[in-house]
Design a protein around this ligand. Structure first.
Ligand SMILES: Cc1cc2nc3c(=O)[nH]c(=O)nc-3n(C[C@H](O)[C@H](O)[C@H](O)COP(=O)(O)OP(=O)(O)OC[C@H]3O[C@@H](n4cnc5c(N)ncnc54)[C@H](O)[C@@H]3O)c2cc1C
Length: 314
């Protein structure tokens, strides 16, 4: 019997695991992979204490820190949790290899993934000018012309951030109407350095030809078709920020806890408690507004503190 079962292996799960193990709660971390989403990022510049670090190195630091507590109070299992069930006052967590674990509490930290662009060239130029995170990578494009793909609130929010340091920001939306709130659209359109174009079909992400080693160079432009006029436009940009949605890893728990309409676990933002007593959620799988390493770690610490208080009061 564990005091807490943490499902996930990113910054949320790792920081919660460090806290619960230090509090001597018997902790199990079940992680499909350890390290979190930003492991693939070439450079992270906003993790406090690290002016610049590769995503891979930062992830390794998260995992090494967690593993330093492995032992009596912390068990780490690398594998996929496939189901979580209420079992009397406790919870039963099934893993894909058929193993079953019982815990008094569960912290869900399964994160998620950005919805990917499947336009020609998008896979080649990912992390080479094409990015899914303005807060993470925006400052790297200071002084350069960029495009934002996606005309919802996230797309317009990203464009707003980029306008602070990019001379020209062009937002492209596939459907005829922008999906962001009208007031946001109108406010941003007042900026002479911003252009928003709807009803387009994105055709291709282009860059320098491949080097002799077969490595693609960086984004140089994109091309799109104006669906109303049929005109094909080549837009020179060095950065492309994709904001076309986020897919949380919450399918497994959709019958267990309340989710918002886009599938994120609804939590009380003071304690990270979900709709079901004994289950907490933190990080990108929760209904947190901003997806960042520091926020995932911080919210998970909140959850760990609250789980400790909860177990102590039982
Ligand atoms: C390319 C990229 C670059 C980024 N750069 C930055 C940056 O510079 N700065 C910044 O602050 N943020 C950055 N982010 C965002 C940041 O990585 C996320 O906000 C953060 O990782 C969220 O942490 P998390 O722990 O909630 O989830 P995740 O990091 O998504 O981790 C979720 C974990 O859960 C595991 N998991 C999922 N389902 C299951 C299951 N059923 N059973 C077991 N395990 C499961 C996964 O294997 C994974 O380990 C970046 C994101 C990306 C994609």
């Amino acid at each position: 019997m564990f005091d807490v079962i943490i499902i996930g292996g990113g910054p949320a799960a790792c920081s919660a695991g460090v806290y619960t193990a230090r509090k001597k709660l018997k902790t199990l971390v079940i992680a499909q992979e350890l390290g979190g989403q930003s492991a693939v990022s070439p450079e992270v510049q906003n993790w406090l204490g690290e002016i610049s670090i590769s995503g891979a190195e930062l992830s390794k630091k998260f995992v090494d820190h967690l593993r330093s507590y492995e032992g009596e109070n912390l068990v780490i299992k690398v594998g996929v949790a496939t189901n979580v069930k209420k079992d009397g006052d406790n919870f039963n967590v099934e893993a894909c290899d058929g193993e079953n674990f019982t815990g008094k509490t569960v912290l869900m930290a399964m994160g998620g993934a950005r919805r990917k662009l499947n336009t020609k060239g998008a896979d080649i130029f990912e992390h080479k000018g094409l990015t899914y995170c303005a807060s993470c990578d925006g400052p790297l494009f200071s002084g350069q012309n960029v495009a934002v793909i996606g005309g919802g609130n996230a797309g317009f929010g990203t464009a707003g951030q980029l306008l602070a340091y990019c001379p020209k920001v062009t937002l492209l939306e596939m459907s005829p109407k922008f999906r962001a709130e009208e007031v946001t659209v109108e406010k941003l359109k007042e900026n002479p350095n911003f252009e928003a174009i709807s009803n387009i079909e994105l055709l291709e992400i282009k860059g320098d030809p491949s080097t002799s080693s077969g490595q693609a160079n960086f984004v140089k432009s994109l091309s799109y078709k104006n669906k109303e006029t049929g005109e094909i436009v080549e837009l020179p940009v060095s950065g492309i920020f994709v904001e076309i949605g986020f897919l949380p890893n919450t399918d497994m728990v959709k019958e267990l806890v309340n989710l918002n309409p886009i599938g994120n676990i609804i939590v009380d933002h003071q304690t990270q408690r979900t709709s079901l007593e004994g289950i907490w959620a933190a990080g990108d799988c929760s209904d947190v507004k901003y997806h960042q390493n520091g926020i995932a770690a911080g919210d998970a610490i909140k959850a760990a503190e609250d789980i400790y208080e909860y177990l102590k009061s039982k």
